[in-house]
Design a binder for this molecule. Structure first.
Ligand SMILES: [Zn+2]
Length: 305
């Protein structure tokens, strides 16, 4: 289905420019299950907060969803829930160019190309190709430089961690013209069980001092709020997008009193009462992040369609 975009469905670049100007971060929320897109949007509307709804290539495969299904549900709910706050539909970690093309075709307004496991020049070449393709279609691009570790292998399959080098980040951003850069500076995907979350602020500031590319932190679940606030409000421009995935699924499953994940089809087959229970759990978690973690509550006021 082709979607005419409502005026409040914006690109990542637009969303991050506003966030940097007004010193908050956009939560980039992974509902994982399509029925959980609704509570993310509801929480944003109630909090008058901007929001990003995202899904990664690996999540699409794991939960059995196509980019078109995800986009259809997103646009349907933006309309049926009367969402007026600015929202972005973002494809998280993807290496496959066909998936990126399918997402853009389906109405995503932002995509992430993750070629971070390649060497610098290859990462630049691949990211550049995606930037050319996406920018020609009015879509923003996020890339990753350095390697962000993972503890659960849901979003990515890397278990290495390599902090982003500020000089390389400058070179990379200039060569690729990406809109946003995911940097590795201590956070990790998944649940922090094996180690404490940490953020290397000096590194973040050094990256920012050399280049104006918007900065993204992945692995936002489980990072203490005070630690995040400092990263968002760094002098000279802090982090303007924070990915939050694990916490939402935990909230959803927790509300249902279960531990095992399900497929998207299984989720959709839940009874209306169970679905609403799950949605309530996700909505309150998203609202809490917006208020206490991202500083994005009330910030939709700065958006003019
Ligand atoms: Zn990530």
């Amino acid at each position: 289905m082709k979607h005419t975009k409502p005026g409040n469905v914006i690109t990542l670049k637009q969303a991050l420019e506003l966030a940097e100007q007004f010193e908050y971060a956009n939560g980039s929320f992974s509902p994982r299950y399509t029925p959980m897109i609704t509570p993310v949007l509801r929480a944003a509307e109630k909090a008058k907060s901007p929001a990003i709804v995202q899904i990664s290539h690996k999540e699409l495969l794991r939960y059995g969803i196509t980019p078109a299904e995800f986009a259809d549900e997103f646009y349907l709910r933006v309309r049926s829930e009367h969402i007026t706050v600015p929202v972005v539909l973002h494809l998280d970690h993807t290496k496959e160019l066909e998936t990126i093309a399918a997402a853009i075709e389906a109405g995503f307004t932002s995509v992430m190309i993750d070629a971070s496991e390649k060497n610098l020049e290859e990462n630049i070449a691949i990211s550049q190709e995606v930037v050319d393709y996406a920018h020609a279609r009015g879509v923003s691009v996020e890339a990753e430089l350095g390697m962000i570790g993972t503890t659960d292998f849901v979003e990515t399959d890397k278990d290495e961690e390599l902090y982003t080098d500020p000089q390389e980040a400058k070179y990379f951003a200039e060569q690729t013209r990406v809109d946003a850069l995911a940097v590795s500076c201590g956070t990790a995907h998944g649940v922090y069980m094996v180690r404490e979350p940490k953020i290397d602020y000096a590194r973040l500031q050094a990256i920012r001092a050399l280049n104006p590319v918007h900065l993204v932190l992945h692995g936002g679940s489980g990072v203490p709020a005070g630690m995040m606030a400092k990263a968002i409000t760094l002098p000279g421009g802090g982090v303007s997008k924070v990915n939050i995935a694990t916490d939402l699924e935990l909230a959803f499953l927790g509300a249902l009193g279960r531990e095992e994940r399900m497929t998207n089809e299984e989720c959709k087959a839940l009874s209306p009462e169970w679905l609403e229970k799950g949605r309530a759990g996700v909505e309150s978690t998203v609202a809490d992040k917006m208020v206490n973690f991202l500083g994005s509550k009330g910030k939709a006021v700065h958006f003019r369609a």
